[in-house]
Design a binder for this molecule. Structure first.
Ligand SMILES: [Zn+2]
Length: 64
């Protein structure tokens, strides 16, 4: 999940909505935004996924 903003000169910035880090700024094309976003390794998202996985494991060990 990323938040895009456009600068006055028409370039884009993108910010990750998990860790609120600016992934890239002054990017000229949306295609390039996609590439840069794909390269972002998000610590917050990794943590969230880990917690989610743990929850699933605990739930499967204790049915009902
Ligand atoms: Zn992130």
């Amino acid at each position: 999940m990323y938040n895009h903003t456009q600068n006055e000169n028409g370039t884009y910035n993108t910010r990750c909505l998990y860790c609120f880090m600016t992934v890239a700024s002054s990017i000229e094309s949306e295609k390039e935004l996609d590439l840069l976003e794909a390269r972002h390794i998000c610590p917050e998202r990794a943590l969230a996924e880990l917690l989610e996985m743990e929850k699933t494991i605990v739930a499967s060990r204790h049915p009902n």
